[in-house]
Design a protein around this ligand. Structure first.
Ligand SMILES: Cc1cc2nc3c(=O)[nH]c(=O)nc-3n(C[C@H](O)[C@H](O)[C@H](O)COP(=O)(O)OP(=O)(O)OC[C@H]3O[C@@H](n4cnc5c(N)ncnc54)[C@H](O)[C@@H]3O)c2cc1C
Length: 318
């Protein structure tokens, strides 16, 4: 049985959870169960029960209201001991990155991070993960049960299988000793001032060095507001301070999987591609017909973005 740990905050499910459930369904290792942790989990559990899984487990206790590493590790270690899964899958989020290594140590299990999928060979499950900045994919085999985190956007959420009817929901007793929690929770990352979680965006307009000057980013903002998109950027734009670092997409920035990704004046270096190639539809505007971004683009426009984007905005504003 594979146990998927859903991520929720204040009753809102992180949509990367669906991708992880899809990864577990595709892993072919028997039944899939989903566990959701928190102080109140009823609504999220009901939502999760729409997936084709054998059970949704509510691990509810007041000590899990705000995220802390100690409470999560303690609750998950108890849950894993009780449920005895063969592997545990998580979305590769900031929160998972914080507690998963400690949980792996507590359980004495392997931890395979940033997976993009799984495959079977010689009766074993192999975890597929990028290495060398995404240039190669490695197959990782573990000599026992493993914790595995799945990269956001690597598995399409729309490949998730829904059940014919809702999956059964069960409450599991989890007791966390509040006195043993050493951390004091603060406001979550995505709510911090100016911080933006692009991984949840449905549409992104991303600018690269082809935009030439900071003032010209206004053009991308106009396009973004015309289509209700977030603004993203390649690394040089953020390095130059033209946009905040939380707008950077790529291997050293955020990994995104929007429905629509518009790349304006971005060449498509591998470090950028690993952060956005999971987008459902990629539209690239670049004046160089040989730019590598066109290898991943669904629609490519070869031309000067300063001619094309104003015309697109005009058309959209009709
Ligand atoms: C360890 C490491 C980590 C990195 N992490 C990241 C990362 O997280 N994210 C990231 O993005 N990069 C990252 N990089 C940098 C990456 O290698 C590239 O240098 C970077 O992505 C290039 O950005 P760019 O495409 O905006 O610029 P360029 O490569 O300079 O491309 C600009 C493009 O704009 C086009 N252009 C120019 N003028 C116009 C015009 N008027 N109209 C249309 N097109 C035009 C050009 O043809 C060109 O293709 C990393 C590099 C390293 C070494």
């Amino acid at each position: 049985m594979i146990l998927v740990i859903a991520e929720q905050q204040g009753g809102t499910l992180n949509k990367a959870t669906w991708e992880t459930v899809a990864a577990a369904q595709q892993a072919g290792g028997g039944p899939v169960k989903i566990a959701v942790l928190g102080a109140t989990t009823a609504a999220v559990a009901a939502d999760l029960a729409s997936a084709d899984v054998s059970e949704v487990i509510r691990a509810e206790t007041p000590a899990l209201e705000a995220y802390t590493q100690d409470a999560f590790v303690s609750a998950l270690a108890a849950l894993v001991a009780a449920e005895q899964p063969s592997d545990v899958f998580f979305p590769h989020t900031y929160q998972t990155r914080d507690f998963a290594p400690a949980l792996a140590v507590r359980l004495g299990w392997a931890l395979v991070t940033d997976c993009v999928g799984t495959r079977q060979a010689d009766g074993r499950r192999l975890f597929v993960r990028p290495v060398f900045q995404g240039r190669l994919l490695a197959d990782v085999a573990c000599d026992g049960p493993a914790l595995a985190t799945f990269q956001i956007g690597a598995i399409r959420a729309d490949s998730l299988k829904r059940g014919a009817g809702p999956a059964p929901i069960r409450s599991a007793a989890v007791s966390v000793d509040a006195a043993a929690i050493r951390q004091t929770p603060e406001a979550p990352f995505r709510e911090a001032k100016q911080a933006v979680d692009l991984s949840q965006a449905e549409r992104i307009v991303a600018v690269g060095r082809g935009i030439k000057e900071q003032e010209k980013i206004a053009l991308a903002h106009q396009l973004a507001s015309a289509i209700g998109a977030e603004i993203g950027a390649s690394r040089p734009i953020c390095d130059a301070g033209w946009l905040p670092m939380d707008r950077q997409i790529g291997s050293s920035g955020q990994t995104v999987a929007p429905k629509l990704y518009l790349a304006l004046g971005i060449s498509g270096a591998i470090q950028h591609l690993v952060g956005m190639k999971g987008a459902r539809t990629i539209v690239a505007v670049n004046k160089d017909p040989e730019a590598p971004i066109f290898e991943v683009a669904d629609y490519g426009v070869v031309g000067d973005l300063f001619d094309i984007i104003p015309a697109v905005i005009k058309e959209l504003q009709g």
